[in-house]
Every structure is written in structure tokens, then in C-alpha cells.
Design a protein around this ligand. Sequence first.
Ligand code: SAM
Ligand code: CA
Length: 256
Amino acid sequence: MAFNNNEEKQENQPITFKVYSDLFLFNKQKTLLQSNALYQYVLETSVFPKEHPSLKELRDMTEKHPRSHMATPADEGQLISMLVKLINAKNTMEIGVYTGYSLLSTALALPSDGKVVALDITREYYELGLPMIEKAGVIHKIDFREGHALSLLDELLQDENNKGTFDFVFVDADKENYINYHKKVIDLVKVGGLIGYDNTLWSGSVALPPDAPMEEFIRDLRGHVIEVNKYLAQDSRIEICQLTVADGITLCRRIS
Ligand code: SAM
Ligand code: CA
């Protein structure tokens, strides 16, 4: 399949199957929207002008990091902030911190006595974002815990007092474990509380045939993401809403 390297020319092309798969799977398109130009419009019109200066600093720092593709984009950070405020969340959790863009978005949105328990298998990336989190004046809201999230969730579940107490949980770690995370997080979030699963459209690959051209890491995890989406859709304990923001976010409201 021919791949046009000229991003300028591709910017306003409509989504056809071919263009769509080329752009995503060769990492040329940073959005599920119709074009990069439209995405830039959203960012420049509605997101960047409202972005907290510490979030901008953290984003600029992260862009230079070799694993910056893992970072939560600014429009998604804005959505998380809005959700946290709309549901008046006070007790929250994040699984998968990296340099902390979604964590800082959450911490800034919480009231001064709000808390976010932040789980990551390594402190290494979190420490890169720490100076900006400290500068933003929200470090007192963050309880960072290093380790495999499944073990850390088990620790939380050992204390009965933690069950049904979280208003909001954002899951953005290893996609292979999303179903395992769900089986634990569902008991920690309160009835009426919200869980957000990130990257549930996985660069659009969930809707492509298995033999479509795609990057190796997209192909490797695509099956897991498809399974998660099926799993969440059949779980009667939750209501769901698939958002097409960023790389796809599935919102789940616990109902029983
Ligand atoms: N939410 C982050 C942000 O706003 O930029 C991005 C998170 S990044 C996509 C995924 C993170 O999950 C990485 O920091 C990685 O270290 C962490 N991670 C991967 N496997 C994990 C595991 N088993 N337990 C806990 N954290 C894990
Ligand atoms: Ca993500």
C-alpha cells in the first residue's frame, strides 16, 4: 500500500478506509477526528487557551521524552477535569501515571481536601512531572503508590473501608490487564461513581480487519482492547458510554 509521507497534503482528506488505516497505523494522525487540522483547531480554540500553566509546562516537558506517545493529550485532560468537577468527585484514583498529565488535570480539578490515589509500576516518569505538580500547589492531594497495579488494588481491597468509596477512577495502564482491573475497580468505586477506561478505540484498529497494516504494538494489544470493549458492554453492573475523544474513552457508571 502506498503511503504518502506528506502530512500537509493528507491533512484534509476525508476518512476512507485506506486513508484512515494509513494515517493511524503509521502514526501520522494524532486524532480520531476527520483530520489533524480539525484536531489542531479544537486544541487551539478551546483547549490551550484554558490550560493551566503547570499543565502546559508538564506537556512541553513530556513532548521531549522518548515515550511521549503515552501521554494524555490536552483535550482529554480537559475532559477529565470537567468530569471530576461535574460529579463533585473527592476521592479518586488513577491507574497509569506516566509523567502525570491526567493526574495533574485531576488534582487541579479536585477540591482542596480531595484525593487522588495514583498507581504506577514505576516512579521514574512521575518524578519527571513532580516539579510541575509541586509548582501547581496540588501535591497534598496526591497519594502516589509504586507497584503493579493489580497488587496495589488488592491491598486497597483488603481494607473493607475502601470498598464502594471512589467517586472516579481513570484507568490508563497496561491494556492486557484492563479486564482484571475492572474486576477489582468495580468493588472500589461507589454505586453512582464513574470509571474511565482509556484508549478503547486503540488508534481505530478495533474496527479494522486483523490483517490490515498496523504498527506492531497496535497489533499486539488490539485483541485485548476488543475483549475489554465486549466485556464492558455485557457487564450489567455498569452503564457505559463510548467517547470518541482522544484514542477513545469508555465511561462506566456503576449502577449496582
Ligand atoms: N495517564 C498518563 C498520562 O496522563 O500521561 C499516561 C499513562 S501511560 C499510557 C501508561 C502508564 O502505565 C505508564 O506510566 C506505565 O509505567 C504504567 N504501567 C504499565 N503497566 C503497569 C502495571 N502493571 N501497573 C501499574 N502501572 C503500569
Ligand atoms: Ca492513554
